[in-house]
Design a protein around this ligand. Structure first.
Ligand SMILES: Nc1ncnc2c1ncn2[C@@H]1O[C@H](COP(=O)(O)OP(=O)(O)OP(=O)(O)O)[C@@H](O)[C@H]1O
Length: 611
């Protein structure tokens, strides 16, 4: 086996202190210190040999083509002779940690071909020469690039044609010998990323760059013939004319773009208005024709008449599998959500279950305030939650300007949803279940608490089935005859999917062909657990244990057979146990303090108990 042969050669040349004493023929190489293999124990996938006084060359390890993690931190490894390092054979490598060694020479070649790379740490070595930033910028999965405390020279050149370093969250080239201006894509990193480079200048460093182009007479005047003989136009003037031309074209383009957008928006508004009118019309029609149907309110709600609801200005929030949801602002300022079901039902068939649903009261549920059921119309009235859904907080506006969701807030959402479900599952003898738990059916209040909406609504419907199959438990997918019959155990499965969304920041449908559930399960199987977490969570390194614990809870909820899936009360307890500190402290979360100008990330500090 070439992998094992490579390990033996490496030990022979590098382990002079014989600290790799169990690397012997009497045991299988996959059980050797620091070695992890694939499932058929034929190839090495991880090699972690830190602080083992290893010296000499890593050349033999280049053979390990299935490596995903290589960490050789804190050794005395270097290059033998003047052989250049070529890492291009490590096609599967995701994490590369070579810091605190004696590597020298140019930046190892072939790194920019390792498309799966997420972290590169070459810090505290003696690498010299240029940093090939433009090729490295094409590594679209790269999260960290640590090159500090080496002897790199030259300019930090980044090609602007490509969206360089779009994924990078940590970058450090401090304490090198770099010079010139820091390019724009990198200037967003803190000054600590660039400090101690004598000749580096520009943002974020305080040192301004002095324009080195000499402003003397134009060295190369260009002669252009004119009607009156020859006139000299400088290169500067030509550039200026070109720039003005480009600006005019851009201006016209922008004008056209804005016009198109305005027309499109007007069209959308007209469509929404049409839908609103439709809603109003149907009320008028019903009310006018039958005259005897009214909204049925549940205990504790402020009451109003259907015609008051009619006068309200309505805005469509979205269309779901049940029907269309509107936000309605009444004349007295009251704001409610009206859900208009696609399906018509006879009042006698639904009022029993609706009474049960209307009687549910819990701080993590959206209470049904009222319903309206006539021959042609079925409406549900709820309170309005201005912060919107968990889905929009997690996945909305993922571009620049997004406010990241900190870990504590996410953990609080998870606990809130679990608490709502525990209440729901124990609220009645009829063993109510939610039936369509998704992140868009979890809305968030002003205090940052999660509330389950659309509770049990699908159980009222005959034809409308939940469309988002990503949340459906396997037993609902397989049993077509009974596929609409959700259960408390299928709620637990859907909750598992929501937990994965909270942890990964990815949508349930996943990317490409693979659903989120399948993707997470495959990554975890390959022991890349921490790789699944949302990059917004990567800065909470000290809380990774809590994330891993919540991931384990999520995977338990996703157990394929309902019989082996835990009850929600067990799941709730497990989430509660993740953080042993008082959960009451969550009220300090920045979600609850919108006036706080501190970064959301700082909220983690508020968790330390005073005791
Ligand atoms: N009480 C509420 N307050 C604020 N927003 C709400 C409320 N109820 C629902 N919404 C939002 O309105 C939008 C439309 O909701 P709707 O339930 O009709 O569809 P959906 O949740 O996207 O789809 P489906 O329920 O079929 O999965 C969603 O973005 C949802 O988060």
């Amino acid at each position: 086996n070439s992998d094992f042969q490579a390990l033996i050669t490496f030990k022979a040349t590098s382990d002079r202190s014989n600290l790799l004493y169990n690397w012997s023929n009497s045991t299988h190489p996959c059980s050797w210190l620091g070695v992890t293999c694939n499932s058929n124990t034929t190839q090495v996938t991880r090699l972690v040999l830190q602080n083992l006084n290893l010296s000499g060359s890593i050349q033999p390890l280049i053979q390990l083509t299935h490596l995903r993690l290589l960490s050789l931190k804190y050794n005395n490894l270097s290059l033998l002779s003047s052989l250049p390092l070529d890492f291009s054979s490590w096609k599967n490598l995701k994490l590369l940690y070579l810091s605190h060694n004696l590597f020298s020479g140019n930046f190892p070649s072939g790194i920019n071909q390792l498309r799966r790379l997420r972290r590169i740490d070459l810090s505290f070595n003696r690498f010299s020469g240029d940093i090939p930033l433009t090729p490295l910028g094409q590594l679209s999965n790269l999260l960290t690039l640590q090159l500090e405390s080496n002897e790199f020279t030259g300019f930090l050149h980044v090609s602007l044609q490509i969206e360089s370093f779009i994924s990078l969250i940590e970058f450090n080239v401090s304490n090198n010998k770099l010079s010139g201006e820091i390019p724009k894509p990198l200037s967003l990193f803190p000054s600590s990323s660039f400090n101690r480079n004598k000749n580096l200048c520009g943002k974020p460093l305080l040192k301004k760059c002095v324009n080195e182009t000499v402003d003397n007479e134009d060295p190369l005047p260009v002669e252009i013939p004119s009607g009156h003989g020859r006139k000299k136009i400088s290169i500067k003037a030509i550039l200026l004319i070109l720039l003005i031309d480009i600006a005019i074209v851009a201006f016209i383009g922008l004008g056209i773009f804005l016009c198109c957008r305005k027309i499109k928006r007007r069209k959308q508004k007209r469509e929404i208005k049409k839908e609103d009118n439709e809603l109003k019309k149907s009320y008028v029609y019903e009310y006018g024709r039958q005259g005897n149907e009214e909204l049925v309110f549940f205990e504790g709600s402020k009451r109003f008449k259907v015609d008051e609801l009619l006068k309200a200005s309505a805005e469509m929030l979205g269309k779901g599998s049940i029907g269309t949801t509107y936000k309605a602002v009444m004349d007295n300022g009251d704001v409610v959500v009206v859900k208009r079901a696609k399906e018509r039902r006879k009042k006698k068939d639904v009022e029993g279950l609706l009474k049960e649903i209307g009687g549910l009261r819990h701080s993590n549920l959206v209470s049904l305030r009222a319903y309206y059921c006539s021959k042609d119309e079925l409406l549900f009235v709820y309170d309005f939650f201005p912060k919107g859904s968990l889905h929009s907080l997690l996945h909305g506006n993922r571009g620049p300007g997004r406010t990241p969701l900190d870990w504590t807030t996410r953990l609080k959402f998870a606990l809130g949803v679990a608490e709502g479900l525990v209440y729901l599952h124990n609220a009645s003898k009829s063993k109510l279940s939610h039936g369509h738990l998704t992140s868009s059916n979890v809305v968030i209040d002003e205090e940052g608490s999660a509330h389950l909406s659309d509770v049990a609504l699908h159980q009222l419907m005959v034809t409308a089935a939940p469309t988002n199959t990503e949340y459906k438990a396997p037993e609902l997918m397989l049993n077509t005859h009974n596929s609409r019959k959700s259960s408390q155990k299928s709620d637990v499965y859907s909750f598992g999917v929501i937990l994965l969304e909270i942890l990964t920041g990815k949508m349930a449908m996943g990317e490409g062909e693979t659903s989120l559930v399948k993707w997470v399960q495959s990554v975890v199987r390959e022991e890349w657990t921490s790789e699944v977490f949302d990059f917004e969570l990567l800065r909470y390194k000290e809380m990774e244990e809590e994330m891993v614990a919540l991931l384990q809870v999520a995977l338990l909820c996703l157990t394929p057979t309902p019989h082996n899936r835990p009850k929600i009360s067990v799941v709730h307890k497990m989430i509660k146990d993740i953080r042993m500190k008082e959960w009451g402290e969550f009220t300090n979360s920045p979600m609850n303090n919108p006036t706080s100008d501190s970064s959301p990330y700082l909220s983690e500090g508020t968790l330390t108990t005073s005791s």
